[in-house]
Design a protein. Structure first.
Length: 434
């Protein structure tokens, strides 16, 4: 006999898992969330740069990000209440995307027009005038810092586009906690330091077993285990039918002091610089967070085991990312000692997540989310709740995809965009940009 019974078990209490738990509990289901970590958002979520931007390669991606931004803007309303720990705050900084030869600006801006995302197109003179701290030179393609050509002079000048509504969430782990508390208001329960060791099934999922021997029965199980999602799928015996796969990737993010003038009016702007292979944004305390955009010249650190990786930033990656940022911001001071953090992403083949049912009835996945889905967490709960509600009532999402109307913007999203059976998107950036 099971120790406890629920309507749904959610595996993973990151920001996406907590959002799904909140949506399912608000839908009237008895939900239990289990996580191997010590607290909500203590895994990949805590390592997120928490950027909120809208430039994706697909309409669904842009529409979802724009809808989610409205939720971040009205966070307490989205949560249906407050949290004694405080509320995460969305900080609007504006975002600059520098153009590169291999990216078609018009494709993204066309999607902005369809979705209603405000933007400005900047020519070379406007870029120089509006962002005088930035070197406007074109250096594409990105190069390894060990390549002598890394230091070559610019081969032209850049143009860009500006989205005034971009920004970041100031505390990603607190955002997960906020969603956990919202789920608890609807009766959801959370069990931490509770690793899943088995997924029970017949011709339908029946529950999970935890490392302490506790058995939780449920007709619905949702895998939101981040970099451990592949191992959970193996326990459930699913994945062979997937056309898109996921795997764990070690990533580093570094923090420096922003140069004088970068954050004069609050946190400095978000800059996406695929030309050099980096991105950066300011912080409320005057810092600069720097990450990478997976340029071809960098060897990606794929992991066979997400639990075995160097948890501290390395000098090699630190130098690569901060020197690239310093080429774009010549006044940026770069200390010799790395400061930052390393985490593990759960990455799909085309960097677009999988939000879907599986070949095992009752077993669902929200995987491949790391790197570019934090911003969309407020809407992802609704995506999974809609798919689960339809499928558990006999609907075949594979044949007749579920559509969802987004409550704030009114846009309708075809959720087959996130199907496990989709073809890999050839228009993807195949990087964190999505």
């Amino acid at each position: 006999m099971p120790d406890e019974s629920f309507d749904a078990v959610v595996i993973g209490a990151g920001v996406v898992g907590c959002s799904i738990a909140y949506a399912l509990a608000a839908d009237g289901r008895q939900v239990c969330v289990v996580d191997r970590g010590p607290a909500a958002g203590s895994g990949s979520t805590s390592a997120s740069s928490a950027v909120v931007r809208f430039n994706y390669s697909t309409w669904a991606g842009v529409a979802s990000a724009w809808e989610a931004k409205q939720a971040w803007d009205n966070w307490a309303d989205h949560l249906g209440g407050v949290d004694d720990a405080g509320l995460a705050r969305f900080v609007t900084t504006g975002g600059l995307t520098l153009d590169t030869p291999n990216q078609d600006r018009s494709a993204v801006l066309s999607l902005f027009d369809q979705v209603g995302v405000p933007y400005e197109e900047w020519d070379e003179e406007t870029l120089q005038a509006r962002m005088p701290l930035l070197d406007p030179g074109r250096y594409y393609p990105p190069r390894a810092i060990t390549d002598e050509a890394f230091w070559d002079d610019a081969n032209g000048r850049l143009t860009a586009y500006w989205t005034p509504d971009s920004g970041f969430v100031d505390d990603p782990q607190l955002a997960a906690h906020n969603l956990m508390v919202a789920a608890e208001r609807h009766g959801a329960r959370f069990r931490f330091r509770s690793a899943v060791t088995a997924v029970s099934r017949t011709d339908h999922v029946t529950g999970v077993t935890l490392a302490d021997g506790t058995s939780l029965s449920a007709p619905v199980v949702v895998n939101v285990a981040g970099p451990h999602s592949g191992a959970i799928n193996s326990l459930a015996g699913v994945g062979e039918s997937f056309r898109v796969s996921t795997r764990p990737l070690r990533q580093e993010v570094h923090e420096l002091r922003a140069p004088e003038g970068y954050s004069d009016n609050g946190a400095g702007p978000l800059v996406a610089d695929v030309d050099l292979g980096t991105y950066f944004r300011g912080t409320p305390s005057g810092g600069l967070i720097i990450g990478g955009t997976e340029p071809e010249c960098d060897e990606l650190q794929w992991l066979a085991d997400p639990d075995t990786y160097k948890i501290n930033p390395t000098k090699a990656v630190y130098d690569a990312q901060t020197f690239r940022a310093a080429r774009r911001i010549p006044t940026l001071p770069v200390p010799g000692t790395p400061r930052g953090l390393a985490g593990v992403y759960d990455v799909s083949d085309d960097w677009i997540p999988i939000y879907d049912k599986t070949e095992l009835p009752g077993y669902y996945v929200a995987i491949g989310t790391s790197g570019n889905q934090f911003k969309n967490a407020p809407v992802v709960g609704g995506f999974l709740a809609a798919i689960i509600h339809a499928c558990e009532n006999g609907h075949d999402h594979d044949i007749d995809p579920v559509h969802i109307q987004l409550p704030r913007t009114g846009h309708k999203v075809d959720l087959s965009h996130y199907s496990r059976l989709r073809d890999i998107n050839p228009n993807s950036s195949f990087s964190v940009m999505g």
